[in-house]
Ligand binder design. Structure first.
Ligand code: BEZ
Length: 211
Protein backbone atom coordinates (compact mmCIF):
# COMPACT_ATOMS: atom_id res chain seq x y z
CA UNK A 1 0.00 0.00 0.00
CA UNK A 2 1.16 3.52 -0.72
CA UNK A 3 2.75 5.46 2.10
CA UNK A 4 0.66 8.42 3.22
CA UNK A 5 1.51 11.60 5.06
CA UNK A 6 1.54 11.00 8.81
CA UNK A 7 2.37 7.29 8.46
CA UNK A 8 5.38 5.94 10.28
CA UNK A 9 8.26 5.62 7.78
CA UNK A 10 8.83 1.88 7.30
CA UNK A 11 12.02 0.75 9.00
CA UNK A 12 14.57 -1.47 7.25
CA UNK A 13 18.14 -2.67 7.45
CA UNK A 14 20.13 -2.43 4.23
CA UNK A 15 23.63 -2.48 2.79
CA UNK A 16 24.82 0.93 1.68
CA UNK A 17 27.96 2.60 0.37
CA UNK A 18 28.67 3.49 4.02
CA UNK A 19 28.06 0.00 5.46
CA UNK A 20 24.97 -1.61 6.94
CA UNK A 21 22.31 0.90 8.01
CA UNK A 22 19.18 0.35 10.09
CA UNK A 23 17.08 3.26 8.93
CA UNK A 24 15.39 4.41 12.15
CA UNK A 25 18.51 3.93 14.25
CA UNK A 26 20.61 5.76 11.65
CA UNK A 27 18.15 8.68 11.62
CA UNK A 28 18.38 9.08 15.39
CA UNK A 29 16.95 12.50 16.30
CA UNK A 30 17.45 13.93 12.81
CA UNK A 31 15.05 14.63 10.02
CA UNK A 32 15.69 12.40 7.02
CA UNK A 33 15.30 12.47 3.26
CA UNK A 34 15.10 9.08 1.57
CA UNK A 35 15.13 9.45 -2.19
CA UNK A 36 15.28 6.97 -5.04
CA UNK A 37 16.81 7.27 -8.48
CA UNK A 38 16.15 4.92 -11.40
CA UNK A 39 19.62 3.69 -12.29
CA UNK A 40 23.33 4.23 -11.70
CA UNK A 41 25.46 5.49 -14.61
CA UNK A 42 22.59 7.47 -16.11
CA UNK A 43 22.77 11.17 -16.90
CA UNK A 44 19.93 12.78 -14.95
CA UNK A 45 20.67 10.66 -11.86
CA UNK A 46 24.33 11.69 -12.00
CA UNK A 47 23.36 15.38 -11.96
CA UNK A 48 20.87 14.88 -9.14
CA UNK A 49 23.17 12.99 -6.79
CA UNK A 50 25.92 15.54 -7.45
CA UNK A 51 23.54 18.43 -6.72
CA UNK A 52 22.37 16.89 -3.44
CA UNK A 53 26.01 16.30 -2.44
CA UNK A 54 26.90 19.92 -3.24
CA UNK A 55 24.08 21.12 -0.92
CA UNK A 56 24.89 18.77 1.98
CA UNK A 57 25.74 21.69 4.29
CA UNK A 58 22.21 23.11 3.77
CA UNK A 59 20.77 19.80 4.92
CA UNK A 60 23.24 19.57 7.83
CA UNK A 61 22.17 23.05 8.98
CA UNK A 62 18.60 21.76 9.04
CA UNK A 63 19.52 18.65 11.07
CA UNK A 64 18.58 16.50 8.08
CA UNK A 65 20.29 13.34 6.83
CA UNK A 66 20.23 12.28 3.18
CA UNK A 67 20.09 8.70 1.96
CA UNK A 68 19.63 7.60 -1.66
CA UNK A 69 18.47 4.26 -3.05
CA UNK A 70 18.23 2.45 -6.37
CA UNK A 71 17.88 -1.16 -7.45
CA UNK A 72 21.58 -1.32 -8.32
CA UNK A 73 23.94 -3.02 -5.87
CA UNK A 74 26.47 -1.35 -3.57
CA UNK A 75 29.38 -2.33 -5.79
CA UNK A 76 27.76 -0.48 -8.71
CA UNK A 77 27.10 2.58 -6.52
CA UNK A 78 30.76 2.56 -5.43
CA UNK A 79 31.96 2.55 -9.05
CA UNK A 80 29.46 5.29 -10.03
CA UNK A 81 30.49 7.50 -7.08
CA UNK A 82 33.74 8.48 -8.73
CA UNK A 83 31.91 9.63 -11.88
CA UNK A 84 29.71 11.88 -9.74
CA UNK A 85 32.75 13.44 -8.08
CA UNK A 86 34.56 13.81 -11.39
CA UNK A 87 31.67 15.40 -13.32
CA UNK A 88 29.49 17.26 -10.80
CA UNK A 89 32.05 19.15 -8.72
CA UNK A 90 31.04 17.47 -5.46
CA UNK A 91 32.09 14.16 -3.94
CA UNK A 92 29.25 11.95 -2.80
CA UNK A 93 28.89 12.56 0.95
CA UNK A 94 25.83 10.53 1.95
CA UNK A 95 25.01 6.82 1.70
CA UNK A 96 23.34 5.07 -1.24
CA UNK A 97 21.41 1.90 -0.47
CA UNK A 98 22.05 -1.14 -2.65
CA UNK A 99 18.56 -2.49 -3.27
CA UNK A 100 18.92 -5.20 -5.88
CA UNK A 101 16.38 -7.31 -3.92
CA UNK A 102 13.88 -4.39 -4.14
CA UNK A 103 13.33 -4.64 -0.38
CA UNK A 104 13.34 -0.88 0.20
CA UNK A 105 11.75 -0.09 -3.17
CA UNK A 106 8.81 -2.38 -2.36
CA UNK A 107 8.45 -1.10 1.21
CA UNK A 108 8.19 2.46 -0.10
CA UNK A 109 6.32 1.63 -3.33
CA UNK A 110 9.08 3.11 -5.45
CA UNK A 111 8.57 0.87 -8.50
CA UNK A 112 5.61 1.96 -10.59
CA UNK A 113 5.13 -0.84 -13.13
CA UNK A 114 3.10 1.22 -15.56
CA UNK A 115 6.04 3.61 -15.81
CA UNK A 116 8.80 0.98 -15.64
CA UNK A 117 8.64 -2.45 -14.06
CA UNK A 118 12.27 -2.76 -13.00
CA UNK A 119 13.60 0.69 -12.11
CA UNK A 120 12.65 2.88 -9.17
CA UNK A 121 10.96 6.18 -9.98
CA UNK A 122 12.32 9.41 -8.49
CA UNK A 123 10.63 9.28 -5.07
CA UNK A 124 11.32 11.61 -2.16
CA UNK A 125 10.22 10.91 1.42
CA UNK A 126 10.87 13.51 4.11
CA UNK A 127 10.71 11.99 7.59
CA UNK A 128 10.60 13.94 10.86
CA UNK A 129 12.47 13.04 14.08
CA UNK A 130 9.39 11.09 15.27
CA UNK A 131 9.84 8.95 12.09
CA UNK A 132 6.60 10.23 10.58
CA UNK A 133 6.39 10.84 6.84
CA UNK A 134 5.88 14.57 6.33
CA UNK A 135 6.21 14.83 2.55
CA UNK A 136 6.18 12.56 -0.49
CA UNK A 137 7.12 13.50 -4.05
CA UNK A 138 7.22 11.34 -7.17
CA UNK A 139 8.98 12.40 -10.35
CA UNK A 140 9.39 10.35 -13.54
CA UNK A 141 12.75 9.12 -14.77
CA UNK A 142 13.11 11.83 -17.41
CA UNK A 143 12.65 14.74 -14.98
CA UNK A 144 15.36 15.64 -12.50
CA UNK A 145 14.29 17.06 -9.14
CA UNK A 146 14.96 20.56 -7.87
CA UNK A 147 17.15 20.69 -4.77
CA UNK A 148 16.11 24.29 -4.03
CA UNK A 149 12.50 23.12 -3.83
CA UNK A 150 13.39 20.30 -1.47
CA UNK A 151 15.28 22.69 0.84
CA UNK A 152 12.36 25.13 0.59
CA UNK A 153 9.76 22.54 1.56
CA UNK A 154 11.99 21.29 4.38
CA UNK A 155 12.07 24.84 5.76
CA UNK A 156 8.28 24.98 5.58
CA UNK A 157 7.87 21.59 7.27
CA UNK A 158 10.29 22.48 10.06
CA UNK A 159 8.64 25.87 10.60
CA UNK A 160 5.11 24.49 10.84
CA UNK A 161 6.38 21.75 13.18
CA UNK A 162 7.57 24.47 15.57
CA UNK A 163 4.95 27.23 15.23
CA UNK A 164 1.20 27.25 14.45
CA UNK A 165 1.78 28.58 10.95
CA UNK A 166 1.49 27.53 7.32
CA UNK A 167 3.40 28.85 4.33
CA UNK A 168 1.67 30.44 1.33
CA UNK A 169 2.18 29.83 -2.35
CA UNK A 170 5.76 30.29 -3.53
CA UNK A 171 6.89 31.01 0.04
CA UNK A 172 10.59 30.97 0.74
CA UNK A 173 12.59 31.27 3.91
CA UNK A 174 12.26 34.82 5.27
CA UNK A 175 8.87 35.61 3.71
CA UNK A 176 5.74 36.26 5.78
CA UNK A 177 3.78 33.18 6.87
CA UNK A 178 0.10 32.45 7.51
CA UNK A 179 -1.25 32.07 11.04
CA UNK A 180 -3.09 28.75 11.51
CA UNK A 181 -6.87 29.09 11.78
CA UNK A 182 -6.74 27.16 15.06
CA UNK A 183 -5.23 30.32 16.63
CA UNK A 184 -7.74 33.08 17.40
CA UNK A 185 -6.82 36.78 17.12
CA UNK A 186 -6.24 37.23 20.86
CA UNK A 187 -3.87 34.26 21.01
CA UNK A 188 -2.20 35.40 17.79
CA UNK A 189 -1.29 38.73 19.46
CA UNK A 190 0.55 36.79 22.17
CA UNK A 191 2.11 34.13 19.99
CA UNK A 192 3.23 36.51 17.24
CA UNK A 193 4.53 39.64 19.00
CA UNK A 194 5.70 41.14 15.68
CA UNK A 195 1.99 41.56 14.88
CA UNK A 196 -0.14 40.32 12.03
CA UNK A 197 -1.98 41.61 9.00
CA UNK A 198 -5.56 40.45 8.63
CA UNK A 199 -6.72 40.19 5.01
CA UNK A 200 -9.76 38.02 5.84
CA UNK A 201 -10.76 36.30 9.08
CA UNK A 202 -9.17 33.15 7.67
CA UNK A 203 -6.13 34.82 6.07
CA UNK A 204 -3.68 36.45 8.48
CA UNK A 205 -0.01 37.07 7.69
CA UNK A 206 2.81 37.50 10.20
CA UNK A 207 6.57 37.85 9.82
CA UNK A 208 8.36 34.50 9.95
CA UNK A 209 8.55 33.86 13.72
CA UNK A 210 12.05 32.37 13.87
CA UNK A 211 13.77 35.25 12.02
C1 BEZ B 1 18.63 9.36 -16.25
O1 BEZ B 1 19.01 9.45 -15.08
O2 BEZ B 1 19.05 10.08 -17.12
C2 BEZ B 1 17.62 8.33 -16.61
C3 BEZ B 1 17.52 7.17 -15.89
C4 BEZ B 1 16.60 6.21 -16.26
C5 BEZ B 1 15.76 6.44 -17.32
C6 BEZ B 1 15.83 7.64 -18.02
C7 BEZ B 1 16.77 8.59 -17.66
Amino acid sequence: MAIRLGDEAPDFTAETTEGTISFHEWLGDSWGILFSHPKDFTPVCTTELGAFAARKSDFDQRNTKLIAVSVDDVESHQRWKSDIGETQGAELNFPIIGDESHKVADLYDMIHPNANDTMTVRSVFIVDPAKKVKLTLTYPAATGRNVDEIVRVLDSLQLSAKFPVATPVNWKDGDDVIIANSVNDDDAKEKFPKGFRKVKDYLRFTPQPNK
